[in-house]
Design a protein around this ligand. Structure first.
Ligand code: ADP
Ligand code: MG
Ligand code: MG
Length: 885
């Protein structure tokens, strides 16, 4: 077993084994870029360590061997007194989890080697600055002391010196700070900061392994759907120093703007700084243009390297670098995270630059990104009170109550409030609050700060570095230069696309992308152009069709503009509501067939009108109409209200014959568990004439459309079938009605009869059902309820959050299809259905039809179409293409 790989021996395709950071460090090393040497301990070693609760056999030997090799290369020994080799110990999983796991810098420093470092660099301040950083990071991440204890001590020292800048602390201050930090460790852990360099290294490696399982890392993985069992790699790398004076520094850069997607490099640089200083927003960074003035040689080399990397990866890269006394070092690169807007724009730019083709452009954007571009924006014409302007770190228009700590954010969000989390800067501890907030606002840090990176990753709106805000988290308020104070609970609005912060709730308007889909001419908007090009290509690429769920002509028209290729689910429930409720009551209390017939006859023309409107809106395209599905009592008055009103009527001496009969009916129809009761096909079988009336209305409507020169394609869908016998009973009656209508009107009508597959029994006997059905539509909402045995309406509020926390599922099975369980039923039904009836047409009409992950599954099992709400149609068009690529 090889647990450890030298940077020079790996490459970028080994992310599984070396993690993203390790694989890319290896790639850069082999591209000949200036990367400090080092080695990567594999994710396999991490998994073995976590499983065995200790180092797997052979790991220690391999680390020792690689370390010796590194020492030879560098000509120094780890933590050697006169001339120490120092290393960083860096986490790096397959998928980037920014700020989630641990990194320790300057490993190898101790009370003796710090003197060696000071002598070597002839810079005592630098040596003690490095040492205090090690003790601070080691104490926090390895020994588990809360990071505030250290930052509070640092702040106290600065206050004592009358300064706000770390740089004003001198060597003596920092030497004392090391002792203070050591005392803090002693006080909180009862242990000493370890002086032995090898012990430091081992403990740091183990801390990185263990950081895979911290609460916040687990939460982040669930959010991002990163598998739990990957583990992290550990990179041990020779240190280079950006904190040795003004000719040194540290920076981060993007090869394009990660917020807008604009072409041209983008970055932040900080002189005399190490590691996280840049992104922590401790001091204000300078742009790359400024960097060029400070150190032209390093700047030019960086730009050359960025060009090399972008060509090599054929994608926007983000980069971490350090300059040590005028020499540039590359410390990290990866394909950069970006806003949805940037994703679309970068993809088409890269097509135009000849770096990628259109298929690749479609692969590079997601339905989720498109969805977020379809969110409303702030109305620029509304009256607004601008409080401040920060950086547009992650787009969107968020309105909510200001809260100043993550606990309050979680508490308020749980009781249904929209909140905006306001912080000076965020740290990984704030993640819980960021997850539940509508938006995140910080007063410090740039587009590469923790807040910005995490918000972008989660699609949360974020404005960062709004320096005009004086945020006082302890008091729970911020003040704006000029005097306005916003307290906890006050409503604010933040615009992540412009960086603006407003007082109060600013009204929002539809996005330009939506206006484009609506058919409006949105000329000259580069984002709209990018989206249009990519979605057009997706349409040429995808195998599955995309239909919509629409119950009215208006929805159908809208969905059609959004690109729907028919209706996959037209619910008919609403056709029994409103002023028609009375007719339903009449139907139910009718004493004989004649009474029932009368009620149905009154419903018929009304429903025919509804269907005509829908079929006209979808002219030329298929329209799947579901016969009435929910339990009848949903259309009747509430049992308690009815009893009360009857009792009152009685005491007043009135006799309300209708109401009494109604109450009888309601009592008779009352069910303990309506979801599993008299509904769907069962209604059609039990109440004669009901489905026949609906079928007649559909067919007569179709005939009317044809007479007007239209081209209707109705598909009559029978819900909740569990046995082929049920379908056959209803099918026979519909065919009779059809024969009648056709002879009455002297007109041939083209229509199909099919069924929903939403009961496990239907899925399992799909071969029998398929012999009687022309199409199946998977009703995955019910299929999920019936397979898990829980009702969505009841469980989402009661125990789902606990289930998600406890890891029973990472995401609600009503949002993303449970592929392992419910998915097997879908797969089985597809196979058996097609086996028995090769011509059968297959689609899905549950909520999952608009969910990206589920769409990929439906493509894989070979459905002919997905159907989703009108708004999600463009998203499904894109994802269906991505699934087939
Ligand atoms: P993260 O995954 O949180 O970005 P990193 O492992 O990239 O953590 O480390 C954070 C920062 O620490 C880097 O961006 C870099 O500035 C600094 N750093 C890491 N290793 C070294 C090193 N060998 N020499 C100098 N700085 C380093
Ligand atoms: Mg990094
Ligand atoms: Mg259903």
């Amino acid at each position: 077993m090889t647990w450890v790989t030298d940077f020079a021996a790996g490459n970028k395709d080994q992310k599984d084994l070396l993690g993203g950071k390790g694989a890319n460090l290896a790639e850069m090393t082999n591209l000949g870029l200036p990367v400090p040497p080092g080695f990567t301990i594999s994710t396999e070693a991490c998994r073995a360590y976590l499983a065995e609760g200790g180092d797997p056999a052979g790991l220690q030997d391999e680390i020792a061997e690689r370390l010796t090799a590194l020492e030879t290369t560098m000509g120094r020994r780890l933590g050697d007194d006169p001339d120490p080799l120092l290393v960083s110990v860096r986490s790096g999983a397959k998928f980037s989890m920014p700020g989630m796991m641990e990194t320790v810098l300057n490993v190898g420093l101790n009370d003796a080697s710090v003197l060696g470092l000071a002598a070597r660099s002839s810079d005592e301040r630098f040596a003690y600055d490095s040492y205090r950083r090690l003790v601070q990071m080691f104490g926090g991440t390895v020994m588990g002391v809360e990071s505030e204890h250290f930052s509070d001590a640092l702040d106290a020292l600065k206050a004592e010196r009358g300064t706000e800048a770390d740089l004003d602390l001198d060597a003596d201050d920092l030497r004392n700070l090391v002792e203070t930090f050591k005392a803090i460790i002693r006080e909180h852990t009862g242990q000493e900061f370890p002086q032995d360099p090898r012990q430091q290294l081992d403990q740091a490696i183990h801390a990185v392994f263990n950081s895979w399982n911290t609460d916040r890392a687990v939460l982040y993985r669930r959010q991002e759907r990163i598998p739990e069992d990957l583990g992290t790699a550990v990179n041990v790398q020779a240190m280079v120093f950006g904190n040795g004076g003004m000719t040194s520094g540290s920076g981060v850069a993007f090869t394009r703007d990660p917020a807008s997607g604009d072409q041209g490099v983008y970055g932040d640089y900080l002189q005399n700084a190490q590691g996280e200083d840049v992104v922590a927003g401790i001091r204000n960074t300078v742009s790359l243009a400024e960097f060029e003035k400070i150190d032209k040689k390093s700047h030019d080399e960086l730009l050359e390297i960025m060009a090399v990397l972008e060509k090599h990866y054929r994608d926007m890269c983000d980069i971490e670098f350090t300059v040590e006394e005028g020499k540039l070092w590359m410390l990290q690169t990866r394909v950069g995270k970006r806003t949805p807007e940037a994703a679309f724009r970068i993809a088409v730019h890269m097509v135009d630059e000849g770096l990628i083709d259109m298929d690749e452009a479609v692969r590079r954007v997601t339905g989720a990104q498109l969805a977020s571009l379809m969110f409303p924006r702030f109305d620029t014409t509304a009256e607004r009170t601008l409080l401040a302007k920060g950086m547009n770190a992650s787009p969107g228009a968020a309105v909510g109550r200001a809260v100043f700590d993550w606990r309050t954010a979680v508490e308020w969000a749980e009781r249904g409030e929209d909140v905006i989390l306001v912080r000076k800067e965020t740290s990984p501890e704030d993640l819980h609050g960021m997850v539940v907030a509508q938006g995140i606002l910080t007063s410090r840090g740039g587009k590469t700060s923790h807040a910005a990176v995490v918000a972008r990753g989660m699609g949360r709106t974020c404005v960062c570095g709004a320096e005009a805000l004086d945020v006082d988290t302890k008091a729970g308020q911020f003040t704006v230069r000029g005097g306005i104070t916003v307290r906890e609970g006050d409503v604010i609005s933040i615009d992540g696309s412009t960086g603006e912060v407003f007082a109060g709730a600013v009204p929002v308007t539809p996005s330009a992308v939506v206006r484009h889909f609506e058919g409006e001419e949105v000329a000259g908007d580069p984002l709209v152009e990018a989206v249009a090009r990519i979605v057009a290509h997706a349409d040429q690429t995808r195998r599955m069709q995309v239909r919509t769920n629409a119950d009215t002509g208006e929805d159908a028209l809208r969905a059609r503009r959004f690109g729907a290729q028919g209706i996959g689910l037209c619910r008919t429930e609403h056709m029994f509501l409103g002023d028609r409720r009375q007719l339903v009551e009449d139907l139910i209390v009718a004493e004989d067939a004649a009474g029932q017939g009368e009620a149905l006859a009154a419903l018929l023309p009304r429903q025919r009108g509804d269907f005509e409107e829908i079929l006209t809106a979808m002219d030329g395209l298929p329209v799947t109409i579901r016969l009435i599905d929910p339990p009848l009592h949903e259309f009747l008055p509430d049992i308690t209200e009815l009893s009360v009103s009857l009792a009152l009527a009685d005491t007043k001496g009135h006799r309300k014959k209708h109401e009494r009969k109604l109450l009888d009916a309601v009592q008779r129809l009352h069910e303990q568990n309506p979801m599993l009761g008299l509904r769907g096909v069962r209604l059609g079988i039990v109440i004669p004439g009901l489905f026949e009336m609906q079928a007649r209305a559909i067919l007569e409507a179709a005939a009317a459309c044809v007479r007007k020169g239209g081209d209707p394609h109705p598909e009559i869908m029978v819900p909740l079938v569990g046995s082929v016998r049920e379908l056959d009973l209803i099918k026979g009656r519909i065919e009779e009605v059809a024969a009648e209508v056709q002879s009455e009107l002297g007109q041939q009508i083209d229509f199909k009869i099919g069924t929903m597959i939403e009961l496990p029994r239907a899925a399992l006997t799909a071969d029998e059902i398929a012999r009687s059905a022309e199409f199946f539509s998977f009703g995955t909402n019910d299929l999920t309820q019936m397979t898990w045995g829980f009702s969505r309406d009841d469980v989402e509020a009661s125990f789902f959050s606990t289930y998600i926390e406890q890891g029973v599922f990472g995401i609600s099975p009503f949002e993303t299809l449970d592929v392992e369980g419910v998915g097997q039923l879908v797969r089985t039904a597809v196979e058996r259905g097609r086996g028995a009836n090769p011509d059968i047409h297959l689609g899905v009409c549950g909520e999952h039809g608009g969910d990206p992950h589920s769409i990929h599954f439906f493509d894989e099992v070979g459905l002919d179409y997905v159907s989703c709400s009108p708004f999600r149609v463009p998203i499904a068009r894109l994802e269906a293409a991505r699934a087939s690529l």
